[in-house]
Each structure stands twice: as structure tokens, then as C-alpha cells.
Write a protein that binds this ligand. Structure first.
Ligand code: BGC
Length: 473
């Protein structure tokens, strides 16, 4: 398996600022929508938990660095907290302590020969910008572009891999349709499409800024991280199920990848499904899926690589509405069915399907013109009592990495890196700390937040080591 991977393959693990840093109001940081969400109404987050302290990586970064070194990672994916750098979200007021913190993280990584992959936005909008309408507001795109340019200017001499926005699908749907993520809006069938649209515009503006102003000197690469399950027709012989599986992919992967990689616009099947449903329900506010303006720089071609977050797979058949209401599920008309042979780990949505990743990679190669791909997230969760000897997760990483090897060696997919999610057990959004994705366990009962490697962390370190030894020969 080792010889399938190119010698400069990125072996990484990822984290996100709100999930690990803590220090929620330390040293001049402004509040983000996740601070507000967790501190607000009860019952939104498991056990009323929050990321106020989390893994305390703001104080304990050096402990994280030891974990990174223990795994032998070549790359580490982290996100910047926008409100730590720019407390009110704008460049009018820079928090120099925040800049110092990330400078130290980036410099320490580089001095240990670990390349940073930096995400600008991983779910944590400055609250001050939410107060101005947040991602529903068209003006967010320009504000994001200023923030992105600030980061390119400040850190881009050293950071060569950038992700603008992590999982616009999740921000849009969980945050604005279902209301289970910050900012907790429940506006089914409308807000998510608007939010997704403004995120794509924001991403594209930042990419264009990088391309014309920073790339010539900094020579890095910029993309956005798109999450998608793999979807198969429940009955492979049924044309309805085949069409439902295609719609499922159009509404997750295609929603963001089609405009960026193929046409500059949304998949036609997505627009026609949304418009047909509007008609059926007598909605007459025009297409709920916005159109890209010809007066703005195109979103087409605004990714230097394909960044994929993959966790699970689904079998799909038509269905899954919400009565006579507008909602994304009814627009999509694709009901998810879990194959009983797939083990479910930790959380109910996470069926373990390593071979789905290979199929998705092959699909991406065929649909999006053979892009270079980084798997920017993939992982396996644990709930209940802590199992340090997490043999199932070990098998999961072995099996999944084997599927990646096959995608490279047998299907010819240009996969350039794999980032395990996550380096540490951390704040798993509305599940709080009850769901653990880490390669290291973090003891939340102790002020020192002691990190201890899981068996799966050792397994991943061995895989990386074998690869490095092999490619040295
Ligand atoms: C997110 C992570 C999250 C992980 C597991 C992804 O949706 O980017 O922040 O922890 O999935 O749920």
C-alpha cells in the first residue's frame, strides 16, 4: 500500500479554532456566533457545554505541537478564529495578541518541518457581523474578502495551503435551515440557499484577491472545503432511485463544486428541483436559489485543488419531505437509507463506509475534470466511556487509507493528501464533548487538559512512518 502514495503526500490531521482553543474572551478576542449560541438558550448543546475552555489550545499550543510531532505529521490543518484576529470582524481593529498567537503556531510548525494548512473560516463568524445580518447579508462577501486579505498579508509568507470556508453546506443547512448550529436560525427552504450563495461569493472574492495580489509573491494554493457523503441508489436497477442519488449528490457536493469547478452556476438538477417544489407549494417569491451576477468576478475556476471532507455514505430513494412546508429536504426529494451491514460509530449519522470514499474520489475525478484532491477531513467518533484501545478506529484508519491508496493506484485519482479528523478530542458542536474524534484523548477533568494518545493515534503514526521509510528507499 505504501508505494501507492507519492513521496510528497501530505499526511495530516486537523482541528478548528472554536473546537480546541478555548480562551473565548482572552486577550481582546471578540465573541463569535458560537460563543453566543453556547451561552444562550439552554438545550442547544449537549450538557450546556461550550468551547469556552475546550482543549485550552490557546494556552497549551505547545502540547498540541508535541502531539503533532508524536504522530510524525507532515501537515497540520488548523483554523483561524476571525474574532480573535479582528474582534469586530473588520480590519479597523486588529487584535495583535491574536496575530502573535497564530504567528507562534505557524512558526513552531515550520520549525518542526510541518506545513500548515490554514482554514480562514470554520463556523465561527464574529458576532458583530452576525448582528449586521451575517451570511444572509450580501455584504458579508466583501467583509470576508478583507479578512482573507488581512490573513494573506499577515501569514501568507509562510502559509502555502489555504482553505477559505469550511463546509459551506453545514454552515448553511445546520445553521440556517435546521437551527442546530450557530447562529441557530430556522428558516427552512430559503435562508440556506442564500447563505450558501454568499459563501460562494465570499470564497470567490478571496480567491481572486489571492490570485492577483498575493499569489505572485507567495505562490500558495487556495480552495474551499466541501463536505459530501457518497450516495448510491437504494435499488441500483431503479431509475427513480438512480435519479434520487444524483439529486442527493447535486444538493451536497454539486451545490458548491459545480459552480467552482464546472459551470460557474448551480447544477441544473438542483435549480429545477427547487423551482418545481416552489411551484407545487404556490411559492411565488422567484427562484429560491439565487443567481450569480455577471457584474461580479466569476466563481468558476476559483479553486486550486479540491478539498474534500468525507465521513459517510448513504443509500438513497425518492422521498423525505416535510409536509406542505418549504424545506431543503423536500426540494432534494432523496431519502437516506442506512445499509444495515454498515457499522455505526458513536453518532447515529456516522455509518462507517471506507469504500464510499474511493467511489466519491472516482466520481470527483470524472465529474470535476481530474483535480488534485486533498482529503481535508475524515474520521471516526467514539461516545460513552473512553476507550484508549480503540481497535475499531484503528481498523477504520487502515481500511480507509487502503481505499485512498486504491483510488490513487488503480483509479488514477490525483490525491495529494489525507487529513485525519481530528488531532484531539474536542468540542463537537451541538454534541459538546460527548462525541470524541481525536487521535489523542484530552482529559477535560484536569486543568492541564492532559493529552494521551489513543491506540489509533499510534496506528496512524505507524502508517505515516512506513510511508516515509518506504519513500526514502
Ligand atoms: C466539521 C468538523 C466536525 C466534524 C465531525 C465536520 O463537519 O468540519 O468541525 O467536528 O465534521 O462532525
Amino acid at each position: 500500500m505504501a508505494n501507492m502514495f507519492p513521496c510528497d503526500f501530505a499526511w495530516g490531521a486537523g482541528t478548528a479554532a472554536y473546537q480546541i482553543e478555548g480562551g473565548w474572551d482572552a486577550d481582546g478576542k471578540g465573541p463569535s456566533i458560537w460563543d453566543t449560541f453556547c451561552h444562550g438558550e439552554r438545550g442547544r448543546v449537549f450538557g450546556e457545554q461550550s468551547g469556552d475552555v475546550a482543549c485550552d489550545s490557546y494556552e497549551l499550543w505547545e502540547e498540541d505541537l508535541k502531539c503533532i510531532q508524536q504522530l510524525g505529521l507532515t501537515h497540520y490543518r488548523l483554523s483561524l478564529s476571525w474574532a480573535r484576529l479582528l474582534p469586530d470582524g473588520t480590519t479597523q481593529h486588529v487584535n495583535h495578541k491574536g496575530v502573535q498567537y497564530y504567528n507562534k503556531v505557524i512558526n513552531d510548525l515550520l520549525s518542526c518541518n510541518v506545513s500548515p494548512m490554514v482554514t480562514l473560516y470554520h463556523f465561527d463568524l464574529p458576532q458583530a457581523l452576525q448582528d449586521q445580518g451575517g451570511w444572509k447579508s450580501p455584504g458579508m462577501a466583501a467583509l470576508f474578502d478583507s479578512y482573507a486579505q488581512f490573513c494573506f498579508q499577515t501569514f501568507g509568507d509562510r502559509v502555502k495551503l489555504w482553505i477559505t470556508i469550511n463546509e459551506p453546506y453545514v454552515c448553511a443547512k445546520l445553521g440556517h435551515e435546521d437551527g442546530v448550529h450557530a447562529p441557530g436560525l430556522k428558516e427552512p427552504g430559503t435562508a440556506a440557499y442564500l447563505v450558501g450563495h454568499n459563501m460562494l461569493r465570499a470564497h470567490a472574492m478571496a480567491w481572486h484577491s489571492y490570485n492577483s495580489l498575493y499569489r505572485p509573491a507567495q505562490r500558495g494554493a487556495v480552495s474551499l472545503a466541501i463536505n459530501s457523503d457518497w450516495a448510491e441508489p437504494l435499488d441500483p436497477a431503479s431509475t427513480e432511485d438512480i435519479a434520487a442519488a444524483e439529486r442527493y449528490l447535486a444538493f451536497t457536493l454539486g451545490w458548491f463544486a459545480w459552480p467552482v469547478f464546472v459551470t460557474g452556476d448551480y447544477p441544473e438538477s438542483m435549480r429545477s428541483a427547487i423551482d418545481a417544489q416552489s411551484k407545487k407549494l404556490g411559492y411565488n417569491g422567484g427562484s429560491r436559489l439565487p443567481r450569480f451576477s455577471k457584474d461580479e468576478p466569476s466563481v468558476l475556476g476559483t479553486a486550486d485543488f479540491f478539498a474534500l471532507n468525507y465521513y459517510t455514505s448513504r443509500n438513497v430513494k425518492p422521498g423525505g419531505g416535510c409536509g406542505q412546508m418549504l424545506c431543503m429536504k423536500a426540494d432534494r426529494d432523496a431519502e437516506e437509507v442506512l445499509d444495515p451491514s454498515w457499522p455505526v460509530c458513536g453518532v447515529s449519522w456516522l455509518a462507517v463506509v471506507p469504500h464510499g470514499l474511493r467511489k466519491l474520489l472516482k466520481y470527483i475525478k470524472g465529474t470535476f475534470n481530474s483535480p488534485a484532491v486533498y482529503i481535508t477531513e475524515n474520521g471516526f467518533s467514539q461516545t460513552g466511556p473512553v476507550q484508549t484501545e480503540d481497535v475499531q478506529r484503528c481498523a477504520f484508519y487502515r481500511d480507509t487509507i487502503l481505499e485512498v491508496a486504491k483510488a490513487i493506484g488503480e483509479d488514477g485519482v490525483d490525491v495529494q493528501g489525507y487529513f485525519a479528523w481530528s488531532l484531539l478530542d474536542n468540542f463537537e458542536w451541538s454534541d459538546g464533548f460527548s462525541v470524541r474524534f481525536g487521535l489523542f484523548h484530552v482529559d477535560l477533568s484536569k486543568a492541564e487538559r492532559t493529552r494521551a494518545i489513543y491506540r489509533s493515534g499510534q496506528e496512524y503514526a505507524e502508517i505515516i512512518m512506513k510511508h516515509k521509510t518506504h519513500t526514502k528507499d
